[in-house]
Structures are given as structure tokens and as C-alpha cells.
Design a protein around this ligand. Structure first.
Ligand SMILES: Cc1cc2nc3c(=O)[nH]c(=O)nc-3n(C[C@H](O)[C@H](O)[C@H](O)COP(=O)(O)OP(=O)(O)OC[C@H]3O[C@@H](n4cnc5c(N)ncnc54)[C@H](O)[C@@H]3O)c2cc1C
Ligand SMILES: *[C@@H]1O[C@H](CO)[C@@H](O)[C@H](O)[C@H]1NC(C)=O
Length: 641
């Protein structure tokens, strides 16, 4: 065991040291011969040419209890997908030893590597991600490989919380209140706050007495113990421009704050680790990884779901649900599964030869949060920001393993968040239109010419374009900020590609199709320019790097036209796709599920994941998904008691 652990540490440091991404479709090779020998002795499956199952190292396991070789024929509840929502839902439903719960998850359990927040960007192109792409859209994502936006989603026990950046956000009270006011009873801020707090164990220095923070839950929320001086400049500059430094999740006011993360002692705390792992010995909770659900079984005559069909080791099986089937497969797979099962837009299903059981606007609404990743400011200090070359050392890894408090615990370099209202937002409310994400470095801080380029590769940015625009500051000391567009007016949708459950749906982002979305992002760039003109940033001599995009030649630098072009070049998603199984009252023509998350027109079928969020909220969507799982568990228990 110890030998395995040491070997892991070495592999891990080698991954970074040698600057190679370990991933399915990119052959990696570790160059240090001594490490290679060590690896081969300790990990029998390993060869330098074929890292093979590197991901098997210290992989968590989920086996059926009581020596069962295969699952039962029938369960009370079947949950599809062990993601942010599915894990907590499974944990709560199986609290009652009198009911049986089956969780089916397409991905495999997480392992040693996913624990390290610092390498979060690596996983977007590994077996831990569904490699979805947005359909080509003229005028956006121009700087991406093949001009396609990449929409990875988590595929593992833990779902997207296994590969995300761990940023913890809840949204503004007014945003949940207006969701409730639209007819979604039970979803006002006071009610959702109860569920946020239920899962939470807040360990936030300075906010110990906050009445809004949970203390007894399973999901630790902490400040990252590692900080660069750049975050202090960000917060101080914010204060100068009128934004107080606060717990940004507090309902009272808008402001800036240190990032809060779902981590435990500086290590990733996925939904699986928080909720599933501690309960995996429950004899009534059966968890099947590497199992892909292909269809919900619905009795057409009585419009009642009675089980699911799934594929495991290439064989197809059916399993029955006595009470309910709950889809927690996320915003892309949950609507896909509904449509494959005959629940969706009538004409669309018919065009693919799928018999229609219930006509519903599944997939017709899709919101997302996008950002521009090219705001990089050079600074004149040395050894300040996160930098791959400097940070990737065995010493750092060992120290992180022991104490969890150095750069390896930094969630992809994110250090702080600020909520602002640009002049384009409604001045009557306290709903921000932009979130600023402050990084302790920039996309260029990845080790120079031979660096891993993990972040930009995760975003699938074209190397050639990136080098033209940012090559001049490659590996230089820099600060960077991502402005996230919180309430886009542009709305996307998704459709089935075909009726093969193993093919991915067609995803349409419709980014920046509404003028005001472009204008709001440009306004946020103007705000950032003012922010960096303040003394805290000027002490660092912060200067916006002039990116020379081949796509924007001929435009006057720093004009609105230039920035629009820049946005359209480096249009990057922050992976918050929502609303594809929109929640709404019966009167809402776009609703797929009711406020108790029951699919309209079908008995015993619910959707509980981020796909039900009906409209944009100022959040990163992990915490809301967990909250939805918590709330769904209570609603389900209430309907069967
Ligand atoms: C790169 C990245 C970074 C992110 N960073 C943050 C962040 O910092 N903070 C934050 O709050 N949010 C972040 N997010 C978003 C957030 O993590 C997700 O919105 C959230 O985890 C979604 O939860 P969910 O329960 O809706 O679905 P998921 O967690 O995606 O769970 C769905 C699960 O269902 C499984 N599944 C799908 N289809 C099937 C099938 N047919 N059969 C069986 N299983 C199936 C999937 O494999 C997956 O495990 C990020 C997302 C990404 C991709
Ligand atoms: C950085 O630039 C600022 C502004 O020009 C200057 O005041 C400061 O002394 C410089 N710092 C270093 C380390 O050069």
C-alpha cells in the first residue's frame, strides 16, 4: 500500500514535471528513466509508452453488498447518474433501511489524481469527461480548435463535481424569490437556503457566526489556504470602486470575497466523497459504476415509469422501480434520456421514429454562462503568481498531501470572486449581471514552450491563435480575470442527433445572439480596466496585454468593436448549462417538470439535477445541484409517506 502511494506521488509529480497530459487520446510518456523504473516496479500495468490504466491507481471502489454479483430485479428507487445531485439524493433516500435504492452511473469511480485541485483543468480531456461539443455557430468560438466550443461534462461516480473547479456559490435571494414567484412553490430563497445549509459544513475563518452557513452537513466548504498577493490587490481594488470584501454568498449585499470551495483540507470533496462513499456499506444502497442507462421504461397505457434499461459490459438489462425513477444525469443526458424514452417535443421525436408518450418541450430551453478568457495583465513583480514550472515539485506534492495548504490545493488558480452590476443592469434590484473570477496567474503560466497548456487545452483553444495573441507574454508573471455573463438573454437548446443512446445530442449555445449580452461583457471589460487602474494593481505595474488576434485584424485596439471581436474569438463556457428539463407551473409552456420535479404527464418519474433550474441564477451550478438533490429527497419522501 505504502509502495503504491509513493508510486502515485511520483506519477503525479511526473505528470506535472514532465508536462504531459495523461489522457485517453493524447499519448503521454514520462521521460525520467528512474521514475519509469520505479513506476514499472510499483505499478505492474504501467509502461512509459502506454500509461494504460494510470487512472486505476488508488481508484475508489463500489461493490454490491452481501456478496451480490448482480443487482436485484427491482428497487424502490432507481437514480440515474451519480453526480452532484444524484449522490446526495441517494444518500438521503437510503437513510431509511426499509427502502432499496439503486444508483446507475456511466462513469467510473474517482481516484487519487482527481483529489488535487491544482490539476483540475487536466480532467476535461480524460475518461472522466463526456467530450461534448457545441454545434458550430458562426461568429463565436472563433479561436477554438475547428471553431467549436467544447462542453465537457463529468463522467464518474461524483459526476461533474469530480472534474469541476470546486467554486461554491448559491445565488442571490432575489433570484430564487423570482423563481418561486413564477409559480415554483417551495423554491424561494428562505426555502432553498435551508437545503444549502443542510449539506454544508462551513469552515470559513471570520464567518464562524454567520446565520447563513451550515455546520453539520457532509460537504466541507472552506477557504483555500494558499493565496497570492494578487487576490489582495483584487479585493482592495474592489473596495476602492465600492465593493466591500464579504462572504460573497451572504444574502445581504453584493461584494467581492475569497473563493469558497467544496474541498476538505485542500483536497477535492466531490459529491461522491461527501455523500456516497460514507454510505456505501448500507445494504439497501446499490451503486453500479460503468453502467449506462439507455432508456426509461414507461407503460404507455397508464403513462407510468416502471424501470430503466441499461448497458453494462456491452450487455443490456432491465431493472424495475417499485416507486420511482429519478433522472440525475445532468443537463445534457437527462433530457436526452427523456426524449429517447418518448417524452419530448412531438414532431422532433417523430422525426427520429420515436413513439411519443408525452409531448413536452424537453431541451427547448438551454442557458449557459460564458466568459472571455483573454484579460491578462502583465505585472512587474517576480515569483508572485501561480506558475507551473515553479510549482510542480515533488516537495509541493508531499507537502500538499500532508497539510493540503499550498499551491496544489488552489482550484485551477482561482482565488476570488466579485459580483458587480454594470451600467446595463437593472439599477432597481440587487441582482448582479457580471461575476468576476480572479486568478492567481494567467493561462500563460503553464511552463513555457514545453508546458502542459492544460487550461487552454481544456478549453480547446487553438494553439496557433493563442500563441499569436499571447505568445509574447508566455510564462511571464501575470494576473487574469474572467468576467462571467450571469444573465444572458441569448437562449440555446438541444436536440437528439439520432435514437442511438450512445451518440451525443446536438447542442446549440446560441451565444451572443442578443446585442445586450455583447454590450454587458464589454461593459465588464471597461470595469476591469478601471479596477486595474487603481493603486493596488498599479503597485504591480499591471498592464493589460494587447492581444493581437488574427480574427480581429483591422479593428482599432481597445474599441468596442475590437472587444466584441475578442469575445467572439475566445468565447469560453463555464459549464453551467441549465433549464433543459425546465421546472415550472402547469401554465408555463416551457416547463418539463413541476415544482416537485415530477415530469408532466408521466407518473413515478422525476428529474433532479441542474437541468431543472428554470432561469439563470448568479451561480456556479454545483451547489445548486446539491441543493436540488437535497430538496428532491425530502419531496420524494413526503410523497411516499
Ligand atoms: C470543467 C468544469 C468546471 C466547473 N466548475 C464549477 C465550479 O467551480 N463550481 C460549480 O459550482 N460548478 C462548476 N461546474 C459545474 C458543476 O460542476 C455542474 O453543473 C454540476 O456538477 C452538475 O450537477 P448535476 O447533478 O446536474 O450533474 P452531473 O454532476 O453532471 O452528474 C450527472 C451524472 O450522470 C451520469 N450520466 C449521464 N448519462 C448517463 C446515463 N445514460 N447513464 C448513467 N449515468 C449517466 C454522468 O456520467 C454524471 O456522472 C463546472 C463544470 C465543468 C464541466
Ligand atoms: C512596478 O511598477 C510600479 C508602477 O510603475 C512601480 O511603482 C513599482 O516600483 C514597480 N515595481 C517593481 C518591483 O519594479
Amino acid at each position: 500500500m505504502i509502495q503504491r502511494l509513493i508510486c502515485c506521488i511520483l506519477v503525479f509529480s511526473t505528470i506535472i514535471d514532465q508536462n504531459r497530459i495523461i489522457c485517453q487520446n493524447e499519448v503521454s510518456y514520462l521521460q525520467n528513466p528512474i521514475l519509469n523504473i520505479l513506476m514499472q516496479t510499483a505499478a505492474p500495468n504501467y509502461t512509459p509508452r502506454n500509461p494504460g490504466d494510470l487512472f486505476d491507481i488508488l481508484r475508489d471502489t463500489y461493490t454490491l453488498p452481501n456478496g451480490l454479483k448482480s443487482p436485484l430485479q427491482e428497487y424502490d428507487y432507481i437514480i440515474v447518474g451519480a453526480g452532484s445531485a444524484g449522490c446526495v439524493l441517494a444518500a438521503r433516500l437510503s437513510e431509511d433501511p426499509g427502502v432499496t435504492v439503486l444508483v446507475l452511473e456511466a462513469g467510473r469511480p474517482e481516484n487519487f489524481f482527481t483529489d488535487a485541485p491544482g490539476i483540475a483543468p487536466f480532467f476535461q480531456r480524460t475518461e472522466y469527461a463526456w467530450p461534448y461539443y457545441m454545434e458550430p455557430q458562426p461568429g463565436v468560438c472563433l479561436g477554438m480548435i475547428n471553431q467549436r466550443c467544447y462542453w465537457p461534462r463529468g463522467r464518474s461516480v461524483g459526476g461533474t463535481s469530480t472534474i469541476n473547479y470546486m467554486i461554491y456559490t448559491r445565488g442571490r435571494p432575489e433570484e430564487w424569490d423570482r423563481i418561486a414567484a413564477a409559480g415554483n412553490y417551495g423554491w424561494n430563497y428562505e426555502e432553498v437556503l435551508k437545503y444549502y445549509m443542510k449539506s454544508e459544513r462551513a469552515i470559513l475563518n471570520g464567518y464562524e457566526n454567520s446565520p447563513y452557513r451550515g455546520r453539520d452537513g457532509e460537504m466541507n466548504i472552506e477557504f483555500i489556504n494558499f493565496r497570492t498577493p494578487l487576490i489582495e490587490a483584487f479585493l482592495e481594488a474592489g473596495r476602492i470602486l465600492g465593493s466591500p470584501t464579504i462572504d460573497y454568498n451572504s444574502p445581504e449585499q453584493l461584494g467581492f470575497g475569497y473563493v469558497q470551495t467544496h474541498t476538505r483540507n485542500g483536497k477535492r470533496l466531490s459529491a461522491a466523497k461527501a455523500f456516497l462513499r460514507p454510505n456505501k456499506r448500507r445494504s439497501n444502497l446499490h451503486i453500479l459504476p460503468s453502467t449506462t442507462v439507455t432508456r426509461v421504461l414507461i407503460n404507455k397505457r397508464i403513462k407510468t415509469a416502471y424501470g430503466v434499461q441499461y448497458t453494462r459490459n456491452r450487455l443490456s438489462y432491465k431493472v424495475r422501480a417499485r416507486r420511482e425513477v429519478i433522472l440525475s444525469a445532468g443537463p445534457i443526458a437527462s433530457p436526452q434520456l427523456l426524449m429517447l424514452s418518448g417524452v419530448g417535443p412531438k414532431n422532433h421525436l417523430q422525426s427520429h421514429g420515436i413513439p411519443v408518450i408525452q409531448n413536452l418541450p424537453v431541451g427547448r430551453t438551454l442557458y449557459d454562462h460564458i466568459t472571455y478568457v483573454g484579460l491578462m495583465f502583465t505585472i512587474n513583480a517576480t515569483n508572485v503568481g501561480v506558475n507551473e514550472n515553479r510549482d510542480a515539485t515533488l516537495r509541493n506534492v508531499l507537502e500538499w498531501l500532508q497539510f493540503g495548504d499550498n499551491v496544489v490545493s488552489s482550484p485551477g488558480g482561482v482565488e476570488g470572486i466579485g459580483y458587480i452590476k454594470t451600467p446595463l443592469s437593472n439599477q432597481q434590484d440587487r441582482i448582479p449581471d457580471i461575476e468576476l473570477i480572479s486568478l492567481g496567474g494567467a493561462l500563460t503560466a503553464d511552463g513555457g514552450p514545453s508546458g502542459s497548456k492544460a487550461v487552454r487545452r481544456g478549453m480547446m483553444i487553438s494553439e496557433e491563435l493563442f500563441d499569436q495573441a499571447f505568445g509574447a507574454i508566455d510564462n511571464q508573471e501575470a494576473w487574469s480575470v474572467f468576467p462571467m455573463l450571469l444573465h444572458p438573454k441569448s437562449v440555446g437548446y438541444l436536440e437528439l442527433r439520432n435514437r442511438n443512446p450512445f451518440n451525443y445530442p446536438l447542442l446549440y449555445g446560441n451565444y451572443l445572439t442578443h446585442r445586450i449580452d455583447v454590450a454587458t461583457l464589454i461593459a465588464s471589460i471597461r470595469y476591469v480596466q478601471a479596477l486595474t487602474a487603481t493603486p493596488p494593481f498599479q503597485r504591480f505595474g499591471a498592464r493589460l496585454h494587447r492581444a493581437d488576434f488574427p480574427t480581429c485584424r483591422g479593428l482599432v485596439y481597445d474599441s468596442d468593436e475590437y472587444w466584441e471581436c475578442a469575445l467572439r474569438t475566445l468565447t469560453v463556457t463555464l459549464h453551467h448549462q441549465i433549464a433543459t428539463c425546465r421546472m415550472g407551473p402547469a401554465t408555463d409552456p416551457l416547463a418539463v417538470v413541476d415544482p416537485e420535479l415530477r415530469v408532466y404527464g408521466i407518473n413515478n418519474l422525476r428529474v433532479a439535477d441542474s437541468s431543472v433550474i428554470p432561469r439563470t441564477v448568479s451561480v456556479h451550478t454545483h451547489a445548486p445541484a446539491v441543493m436540488i438533490g437535497e430538496k428532491a429527497a425530502d419531496m420524494i419522501k413526503a410523497s411516499w409517506n
